[in-house]
Design a protein around this ligand. Structure first.
Ligand code: ADP
Ligand code: MG
Length: 770
């Protein structure tokens, strides 16, 4: 009997060599193997007869090899395989009596040299692909997916000659009981450079299923319903199961691998059969249970109850340089309510670039400072930290608040000094980069932590900051935390990655903005683009010109990178040749911090007309007079990056233009990104598109950002189930308060929580509970 934790090495048919190949696919245990799920299914219940095929159909066919060979065209070698309906008139294989065996299907593989000598006449194959009419009037299929169902070597006589009659008879007999035909067949991704084929997985997983479910089950008989009574324990409480009509876990596992006859192929391909739904829900339920528990534990901690009386309210109003938008007013209200509440605030503020998050952060800071607490504001880059520092001083210092800046590149003396002020409590608002979360920084009385542009920080960093102790002996109250992001997070990801946070949304831009017009130009049209820039400057506005690389000669010279125009070179070209009369500046990440500051400040003071830059200007930079941005090689940038960049313009009253320059030969993804930029300026729509293009795993760039990795669920596909899972997890935990009325027993809840801790926590690192 195989236990879920048993190493795959001990499964019959897997030795150390195969185990290693499996390990490369992260399959280490029997459990991993059982959750290596098919990526699609083939309907081989009634395989189509070649004699009946029509052009245009996508079909599953069982064919017999007639002949095969490689031929060369002027352009490339092509491998051709001809198959017909199996069997012979004298010895028909089941279902193929009386077919017209003269009709054949030609399969073609371009550059198919590797297939040479792979096939022998008489072999039975399962083919899957789209049938087309060939030039010669027959049928053909280009690069079908293919599986050899019988290996003629099994039937070879001693002298090595294939005994076709025997092979056919044998094959026919085997087919009837095989896993390959007469059923819906699971197709697995091959592993071990193709050595571990889909067919191999079918057998090995079948074996694991048959041998790991407990003695009462044994192998289910072919084509009978899978067992409904299983040995495995169901950790989802009965009442929750009933809400969703869930089938038992092992039955679900069986049926996901081996769907019952009659199961809808469409449902299977869409992952919507009862078995698939059960496994998806289970995964999401335990994830959301973890998130919900964490959320409740955080709320149960002792936080700070900030006073919010007339005096504090007046102070908050006093600093306002402008009338807040309705959205700003509403969001500040939500934050203020959280702060006045004894539970620690854990709030995520989502607001598109330019929606005015900074002032909200500063108002929250004022509430904390008026209550005698200190505030830490973290930004992802030094440029942005410096910007925040400058706005904070402008807005807060007149009202008497003391702000300090702390960044990694500052001189040691200055940093030491700043740290001392923070430890003593003289400084009230500390603005900085990750230097702020270095262990050495101590706060006298930290009450509020604001993290700006969260997507730049790992979740872990966020946690570290929140758990930072202060320098008094006592355990300090949990500071409130406000996370701000300009990368709108699609709802699904918000529920998983930030499910423990409350969400506020700033969905209104401050008044006086004119919408940005976005244009696409080819590199060959650069002349027109520079004319546009000159025209904007002539109107008294400023421009950004952005490049993906700093220096063409340096850096990651990956394929083609040297063809990219680089900031440094183009700075020279613009200054010397293209715009000798304009004042051009250069900004990139490799400049010293004080030079960066100086350049930024001259741009802000309009001593520079055109700022040539890399993506260092992506976040936070705020110069309302800039009305045009040219992004060269725009197809090379990520979508959220493009959106962030574009957010630097359209901040003033003047009409703004974003010019995306692209090479004529773009990748398909590059093109989709540019199209998305042309279609909308709405950050949420951009984020959704970005998620579609990149998939959830890549969306946040790194795994460390806390993206859970799923075995079954797919966040793009399973949004609805995710929402249901979240609701059910909360509902289950709420039953604890209901006493005799509870529909879920204490034991069930305890079992579910324990299961989540032991089995799921490891995978969903973000859900660190307790
Ligand atoms: P972001 O959300 O991208 O951080 P900012 O806080 O930098 O946006 O605000 C963008 C610009 O809009 C800044 O120049 C800011 O001063 C201005 N702004 C913000 N709120 C208002 C408002 N209610 N009325 C007028 N201008 C505002
Ligand atoms: Mg901002």
């Amino acid at each position: 009997m195989l236990e879920p934790g048993t190493s795959v090495q001990f499964v019959k048919g897997i030795g150390p060599r195969f185990a290693e190949m499996l390990a490369n696919k992260s399959i280490h245990t029997v459990d991993d193997l059982l959750f290596y799920l098919p990526f699609r299914y083939e309907d081989r219940v009634n395989p189509r007869r070649i004699a009946d095929l029509q052009p245009g159909e996508t079909v599953s066919v069982i064919g017999e090899v007639r002949n095969s060979g490689l031929f060369r065209t002027r352009k490339m070698p092509i491998f051709q395989l001809v198959v017909g309906d199996p069997g012979s008139p004298d010895a028909p294989i089941f279902g193929y009596a009386g077919v017209d065996r003269s009709r054949t299907l030609k399969c073609l593989w371009f550059h198919g040299t590797y297939l040479k000598d792979k096939f022998k006449p008489g072999q039975l194959l399962a083919l899957y692909g789209k049938v087309e009419a060939s030039h010669s009037g027959g049928l053909e299929v280009i690069q079908p997916q293919i599986e050899v169902l019988n290996d003629p070597d099994d039937f070879a006589l001693e002298d090595g000659v294939l005994d076709l009659d025997k092979a056919e008879a044998e094959a026919a007999r085997k087919l009837v009981q095989s896993l390959e035909i007469g059923r819906i067949v699971p197709i697995y991704e091959a592993a071990g450079k193709g050595k571990l084929t889909s067919r191999w997985f079918r057998r090995i997983i079948r074996y694991a299923l048959e041998n790991s479910v407990g003695p009462s089950l044994g192998a289910p008989r072919r084509d009978t319903a899978m067992p409904t009574q299983t040995a495995g324990h169901d950790y989802i409480p009965a009442a929750v199961r009933a809400h969703l009509d869930l089938i038992p876990p092992l039955q679900a596992l069986w049926q996901v691998h081996w769907p019952e006859l009659g199961e809808s192929i469409a449902d299977l391909q869409n992952w919507r059969t009862p078995a698939q739904r059960r496994l998806i829900f289970e995964e999401l339920f335990f994830l959301e249970l973890g998130v919900e528990l964490k959320r409740r534990q955080q709320r149960a901690q002792t936080g700070i109850t900030f006073a919010l009386a007339e005096r504090e309210r007046e102070a908050v109003k006093r600093i306002l340089p402008f009338k807040p938008t309705k959205a700003q007013f509403k969001v500040l209200g939500e934050i203020a309510r959280d702060m006045a509440d004894p539970a620690p605030m854990r709030r995520l503020l989502q607001g598109d670039v330019g929606s005015g998050k900074t002032i909200i952060a500063l108002q929250a800071a004022v509430i904390a400072m008026e209550n005698g607490y200190q505030v830490a504001l973290m930004a992802p880059t030094e440029i942005l930290a410096t910007q925040h520092y400058l706005s904070a001083r402008r807005i807060l210092e007149p009202a008497g608040y003391r702000c300090v800046l702390l960044t990694g590149s500052q001189e040691a003396d200055r940093k030491r000094n700043t740290r001392r002020h923070l430890a003593r409590g003289d400084a009230q608002l500390a603005i900085g980069t990750h230097a702020l979360i270095e262990q050495k920084v101590e706060f006298a009385r930290l009450g509020l932590v604001i993290v700006d542009e969260q997507h730049r920080f790992g979740v872990m960093q966020r946690m570290k900051l929140m758990k930072k102790p202060d320098n008094s002996g006592e355990i300090p109250a949990e500071p409130d935390v406000l996370v701000m992001t300009a990368t709108p997070i699609p709802r699904t990801l918000a529920l998983t990655l930030y499910g423990d946070l409350d969400v506020s949304i700033l969905d209104e831009l401050p008044p006086g903005r004119t919408p940005i017009t976005t244009h696409k130009y080819l590199e060959s049209q650069a002349g027109e683009v520079w004319d546009m820039v000159r025209a904007e400057v002539a109107l008294g506005h400023q421009a950004y010109v952005v490049y993906p690389v700093i220096d063409a000669r340096s850096g990651e010279n990956e394929e083609g990178e040297s063809e990219l125009k680089a900031a440094t070179q183009m700075y020279d070209t613009l200054r010397r040749k293209l715009m000798p009369n304009l004042r051009i500046g250069l900004l990139h990440g490799r400049l010293d911090a004080d030079i960066k500051d100086a350049v930024m400040q001259s741009f802000q003071r309009h001593e520079i007309d055109v700022l040539v830059a890399t993506t260092v200007i992506e976040v936070g930079v705020d110069v309302p007079n800039a009305s045009i941005m040219v992004i060269e090689h725009a197809d090379r940038f990520g979508l959220s990056q493009l959106h962030q960049l574009r957010g630097r313009i359209g901040r003033g009253a003047a009409k703004s233009h974003c010019v995306l320059m692209a090479s004529a030969k773009m990748t398909e993804e590059g093109e989709r990104r540019i199209e998305a930029m042309l279609r909308t300026t709405d950050g949420f729509q951009i984020a959704e598109t970005d998620l579609q293009i990149r998939g959830p795993g890549e969306f946040f760039g790194t795994k460390q950002a806390g993206m859970p990795s799923f075995r079954v669920a797919n966040l793009l596909r399973d949004v609805e189930l995710l929402q249901v899972a979240r609701r059910e997890a909360a509902w289950m935990l709420d039953q604890q308060k209901l006493g005799a009325e509870a529909q879920v027993s204490e034991e069930e809840i305890r079992a579910a929580v324990t299961h989540m801790r032991t089995h799921w926590n490891r995978r969903f690192g973000l859900v660190e509970v307790g």
